[in-house]
Design a binder for this molecule. Structure first.
Ligand SMILES: [Zn+2]
Length: 149
């Protein structure tokens, strides 16, 4: 990643959140300029959605993980990750990943994304979950909350 310097405090410690550079020292937010690694996110994003729509869940899942490595606040990548895992079929080992992915998607959705993300999660959660949370009251409550978004 290109060296960036915060114009407010001169720190070069940045994280990408919601497609913006956020200075980890003072919290200033920056809109990226022209030749920027965020273009790479956009490219990954477009491919991720395209693969998901074409039911290529293996590829879509890999791309969602690539996006989340760069920006862990990307609501769509969390949503797609959950959707792919769900498409593979719910197993004991991935039920928590699915639940967490959808929770994160809702948590990180920006105002202009919220409606889209809620609709996506709601559609994905239209599934028979009951047998999956036997003996796990905490998981049950989280799943029930997701079915009501
Ligand atoms: Zn700063």
């Amino acid at each position: 990643m290109r060296e960036l310097k915060c114009s407010n405090c001169s720190s070069n410690d940045f994280k990408i959140e919601h497609g913006l550079y956020v200075c980890q020292n003072c919290g200033s937010k920056f809109v990226p300029d022209g030749n920027d690694p965020l273009k790479e996110i956009q490219r990954l994003h477009d491919r991720m959605m395209e693969k998901f729509i074409k039911d290529d869940y293996e590829k879509a899942l890999d791309l969602s993980k690539e996006v989340l490595e760069i920006d862990n606040t990307d609501a769509y990548a969390h949503a797609i990750r959950g959707g792919c895992e769900l498409a593979f079929g719910i197993k004991n080992y991935n039920v928590r990943t699915i639940v967490e992915s959808f929770e994160n998607a809702l948590k990180y959705a920006q105002d202009d994304e919220a409606e889209d993300i809620r609709a996506f999660v709601s559609k994905q959660m239209n599934y028979s979950w009951e047998k999956l949370y036997e003996n796990d009251r905490y998981l049950e409550n989280r799943i029930i909350a997701l079915t009501k978004v």
